[in-house]
Write a protein that binds this ligand. Structure first.
Ligand SMILES: Cc1cc2nc3c(=O)[nH]c(=O)nc-3n(C[C@H](O)[C@H](O)[C@H](O)COP(=O)(O)O)c2cc1C
Length: 406
C-alpha cells in the first residue's frame, strides 16, 4: 500500500518512528509528511532514513511533480500520529496551509488519527467539537490512551502505542471499499520503461540518445486511463513530458539513469507485472572506464573503448513468468516500408518478445516528434497491425494489440 504518515508537533512524534518502521518492514511504501513543528521534535533525517523516501513539509517543494496533491491522490491510507490539538482543529476546518493539510484535503483514502495532548487540551470543548466533526466525516480516531503524560501528571491524552496505531490503520484500510478501476485493462499490473539512458564518460559528459520519452509516457497514460496499475521507469524524461503520468494516481514513476540502473529497476518491478513494455531507448554500449576527472582538450585525440551492455529485453524474455506479456520497441532506420518490415520481423525473432512495435526513425522521424508511425509484429512473424498518428493513438493501438494477444 501507498501510506502517507502525517506527523504534527508533539513529544509523541518519536513513537511514530516505530509506526513507520513497522509499515516499511511489512512492505508498504511510506511517505512522511511532518509539520514544521513536528521537525522541532524529530528531524527530517530520521523520517527520510526510516521511510526510505524524501520528506518535505512545504507545498512549494517538487512543484513540477504536483506533490501537493500527488501524495493525497496516490495514498491508499493516511495516518496522522501524533495529531496535535492544533492539527485536529485545522483538519476539522479544512485548513490547507502546509503539505499535510493539502494532502488531507486531496485524499479519498481512509484517514486514521492518533491524538496526543495534555488532558486539559483534550477535554476542551473546542477539541471535542473538532473530534466529533472528524468522526462524522468518517475519520478514524485511535485513542488517546489514559496514562502518564509528558509533564509528569496523568490522564487521557497519551498517544496509543505504535503497534495499536498500525493495527487500527491497517484494519481501516481493509474495511474501506476499494473503487475498482474500469476499462479494458482493469486488473492488469504493467511496467513501462521510457526515455533514453545515459552512459557516463567523465563527470560532465555522457553517451546519450535523442529519445524524449513521449511515446512511453503516452503508453503509460493510456494504460492507466484504461484501468491498469502502472509502474513507469523513466530515464531522463523532462518533467514537462512526464506531466500527465505524474498526475495520474494509478502511475508510479521510478527514475533510472544508466542502462544498468534501468535494468535493475525494471527487473524489480517486472516480478509482479502482467505486461512489460520496453519503450526506453537503452544504450547498447557503455564506457567501461569512466574518467574521474574531466577529459581535457590538451589530452589530444581521445579514443573511447566501448563495451556492449547486456540486452535488457532478452533478459526480461528469459525471466518471463507464465502469462506475462513482453512488448519491445524497435527504432529502425530503413529506406522502404518493406525493409522496415523485414528488419522488424528479424528483430522480433531475435529478441523473442510477444509483440514488437517497430518505428522508423531518422533525422526528422520518430524521436522528439509528437506523431509516430508503427508496425506491430507478433510471434507469428507477421505484421498484425499498424498505427499512425499521435503518440497517444499509437499507444492505444499497442494496448489493443496486447489485448488481442492475451
Ligand atoms: C515540548 C512541547 C510538547 C508539545 N506537545 C504537544 C502535544 O503533545 N500535543 C499538542 O497538541 N500540542 C503539543 N505542543 C504544542 C504544539 O507543538 C503547538 O500547538 C504547535 O503549534 C503544533 O503545530 P502542528 O499541529 O502544526 O504540528 C507541544 C509543544 C511543546 C513545546
Amino acid at each position: 500500500m501507498f501510506v502517507v504518515v502525517g506527523v504534527s508537533g508533539g513529544i509523541a512524534a518519536y513513537k511514530t518512528v516505530h509506526v513507520i518502521r513497522a509499515l516499511v518492514t511489512n512492505g508498504h511504501e511510506v511517505h512522511v509528511v511532518p509539520t514544521d513543528d513536528a521537525l522541532r521534535f524529530v528531524g527530517t533525517a530520521t523520517w527520510e532514513a526510516i521511510s526510505r523516501n524524501p520528506v518535505t513539509t512545504s507545498v512549494h517543494d517538487d512543484v513540477a511533480e504536483v506533490r501537493h496533491v500527488a501524495l493525497g491522490t496516490k495514498a491508499d491510507l493516511v495516518i496522522v500520529a501524533p495529531a496535535t490539538a492544533n492539527t485536529l482543529a485545522k483538519m476539522a476546518a479544512g485548513i490547507a496551509d502546509n503539505l499535510l493539510g493539502v494532502t488531507l484535503l486531496a485524499t479519498t483514502a481512509p484517514v486514521v488519527v492518533a491524538p496526543a495532548m495534555h488532558t486539559a487540551m483534550w477535554d476542551h470543548a473546542a477539541t471535542q467539537a473538532n473530534i466529533a466533526t472528524l468522526r462524522d466525516r468518517g475519520v478514524h480516531i485511535v485513542g488517546p490512551a489514559d496514562g502518564a503524560l509528558t509533564g509528569g501528571d496523568s490522564g487521557p491524552g497519551r498517544m496509543v502505542e505504535p503497534d495499536d496505531i498500525v493495527a487500527a490503520a491497517l484494519a481501516a484500510a481493509d474495511a474501506a471499499p476499494t473503487p475498482s478501476p474500469t476499462g479494458d485493462l482493469a486488473g492488469l499490473q504493467v511496467v513501462i520503461s521510457t526515455g533514453g539512458t545515459r552512459e557516463p564518460i567523465d563527470p560532465v559528459r555522457y553517451l546519450g540518445n535523442r529519445s524524449s520519452g513521449r511515446q512511453g509516457v503516452a503508453v503509460a497514460v493510456a494504460a492507466a486511463e484504461r484501468g491498469a496499475r502502472v509502474t513507469l521507469v523513466a530515464a531522463h524524461v523532462d518533467d514537462g513530458v512526464l506531466g500527465d503520468a505524474q498526475r495520474h494516481p494509478a502511475v508510479d514513476i521510478q527514475r533510472a539513469g544508466t542502462a544498468a540502473e534501468l535494468d535493475t529497476t525494471v527487473r524489480a518491478a517486472a516480478d509482479r507485472a502482467d505486461v512489460i513494455v520496453m519503450a526506453a531507448a537503452v544504450a547498447d554500449f557503455s564506457v567501461p572506464e569512466v574518467s574521474d576527472v574531466k577529459i581535457r582538450k590538451e589530452d589530444g585525440t581521445v579514443t573511447l573503448d566501448l563495451v556492449e551492455n547486456p540486452d535488457i529485453l532478452v533478459g526480461l524474455v528469459e525471466a518471463r513468468r507464465p502469462g506475462q506479456t513482453v512488448v519491445g520497441f524497435a527504432a529502425e532506420t530503413a529506406d522502404t516500408d518493406d525493409e522496415l518490415r523485414e528488419r522488424g520481423i528479424r528483430k522480433r525473432a531475435r529478441k523473442g518478445v510477444d509483440l514488437l512495435a517497430v518505428n522508423r526513425v531518422g533525422w526528422q522521424e520518430g524521436f522528439e516528434a509528437t506523431e509516430n508511425t508503427v508496425l506491430f509484429v507478433d510471434g507469428t512473424d507477421e505484421v498484425v497491425s499498424r498505427a499512425s498518428g499521435s503518440k497517444r493513438e499509437v499507444a492505444d493501438a499497442l494496448w489493443d494489440a496486447v489485448l488481442r494477444l492475451r
